[in-house]
Design a protein around this ligand. Structure first.
Ligand SMILES: C[S@@+](CC[C@H](N)C(=O)[O-])C[C@H]1O[C@@H](n2cnc3c(N)ncnc32)[C@H](O)[C@@H]1O
Length: 287
C-alpha cells in the first residue's frame, strides 16, 4: 500500500531513514529532513536534487515548529528521531568525538556554532565538569577525573583527554574503554543533548496532526528515560482531583503508546553493531 502525507526525519544523518520513507511514500508526499550537522545537510542536498519530494533543512529539532513554518507546514503525519551521534561523526577523526583517533577535541554536531569540547573543558569549573561526568556519564570517578583535567589544562586533543581519564581511574571496567563514559558525558554537554531532547519531543508532538505518530530511537538509558516519561505522560489521562466537574474531553489522554520499547533483532545487530543498544518507542497523537 502506498502511503501519502508529510513526514519529518528530524535526524537525517546520512539519510538511511529518509530513503526508506521516500520508498514507502507516494508521489504526492513530502519528506522534510532536518539535521544540525552541516555535513549531513550537504549529503542531504544530493538526495534532494534527485527527489523533489525531499527538502533538507539545517537546524535543531527543538526548533522544528519554526523550521516547518518556513515551509508553510503547520502539521505533519509523522516525525522520526534517531538520537545521538551518527556513524560519520563518530568515525571521522577530524570531528574529535572518539578516543580511538587522535584529533582536536571538538565533538560539536553543529560545527558552525557553539563551544567545542576543548573550549568547554578549559573553561568550566572543576565542580561543573565533575557534575557533568556524573550526571551524563554515570561516571563514579567523576571527581577524580575532573580534578585531573583541571590540573592538566589546557586539554586540546582526544588522546590527551583519554589518557587523563584512564590515569585518574583506579580500576577499569571489563569490556569498556576507561574513557567511554567521560566521552559520552562531554559530548552530551557540548551538544546539550538532553535539553534538546526535551524540547525536541515537545516540538515534534506539537506539529503532529491528530492521529499522527512520533517514533523515537534512543541509545542509552538517560535518553530512553526522557522519551519513556514523555510518552507515558501523554498517554495517561491528566490526574485531576476526584469529583471535579470536568467534561470528558478534559479527562482524556492526548496520545496512546503504539509500540515499544522495541529492540533490534539479531541479524540487524550483526549488520550494524552500533544498533545493539537501540530502543524504539512510538506514540500516536489522539485523533
Ligand atoms: C544517529 S544519527 C541519525 C542517522 C540517520 N537515521 C541515518 O539513517 O543516517 C543522529 C543524527 O542526528 C543529528 N542530531 C542530533 N541531535 C540533533 C538535534 N538536536 N537537532 C537536529 N539534529 C540532531 C546528528 O547530527 C546526527 O546526524
Amino acid at each position: 500500500m502506498v502511503r501519502e502525507g508529510i513526514y519529518v526525519d528530524a535526524t537525517f544523518g546520512r539519510g538511511g531513514h529518509t530513503r526508506r520513507l521516500l520508498e514507502m511514500l507516494g508521489s504526492g508526499s513530502r519528506v522534510v529532513a532536518v539535521d544540525r550537522d552541516p555535513e549531513a545537510i550537504r549529503a542531504g542536498e544530493f538526495l534532494a536534487a534527485e527527489d523533489s519530494r525531499l527538502q533538507v533543512l539545517h537546524g535543531k529539532f527543538s526548533e522544528l515548529d519554526r523550521l516547518l513554518e518556513g515551509l508553510q507546514i503547520s502539521q505533519v503525519q509523522g516525525v522520526l528521531m534517531d538520537l545521538g551521534a551518527s556513524s560519520p561523526q563518530l568515525d571521522d577523526a577530524r570531528r574529535g568525538f572518539s578516543f580511538r583517533h587522535d584529533a582536536p577535541l571538538d565533538m560539536r554536531m553543529d560545527t558552525s556554532t557553539g563551544q567545542s569540547a576543548a573550549e568547554w573543558l578549559n573553561d568550566a569549573s572543576e565542580q561543573e565538569i565533575s557534575r557533568i561526568l556524573r550526571e551524563y556519564g554515570e561516571e563514579r570517578y567523576a571527581r577524580r577525573i575532573a580534578a585531573a583535567i583541571v590540573a592538566a589544562r589546557p586539554v586540546r586533543t582526544t588522546t590527551e583527554l583519554a589518557a587523563l581519564v584512564s590515569r585518574a581511574q583506579p580500576r577499569s571496567t571489563p569490556g569498556k574503554h576507561d574513557a567511554t563514559r567521560a566521552f559520552q558525558a562531554i559530548r552530551m554537554q557540548v551538544n546539550q543533548e538532553l535539553p534538546e531532547l526535551h524540547a525536541g519531543l515537545l516540538a515534534a508532538f506539537g506539529v503532529l496532526r491528530p492521529g499522527g505518530r512520533l517514533a523515537v530511537i534512543s541509545f542509552h538509558s538517560l535518553e530512553d528515560r526522557v522519551v519513556k516519561r514523555f510518552f507515558r505522560d501523554r498517554s495517561r489521562p491528566p490526574q485531576l482531583p476526584r469529583r471535579l466537574p470536568v467534561r470528558d474531553a478534559a479527562n482524556q489522554a492526548t496520545a496512546r503508546i503504539v509500540a515499544g520499547p522495541l529492540q533490534p533483532g539479531e541479524s540487524e545487530v550483526r549488520a550494524n553493531p552500533r544498533a545493539r543498544s537501540a530502543l524504539l518507542r512510538v506514540l500516536e497523537k489522539a485523533a
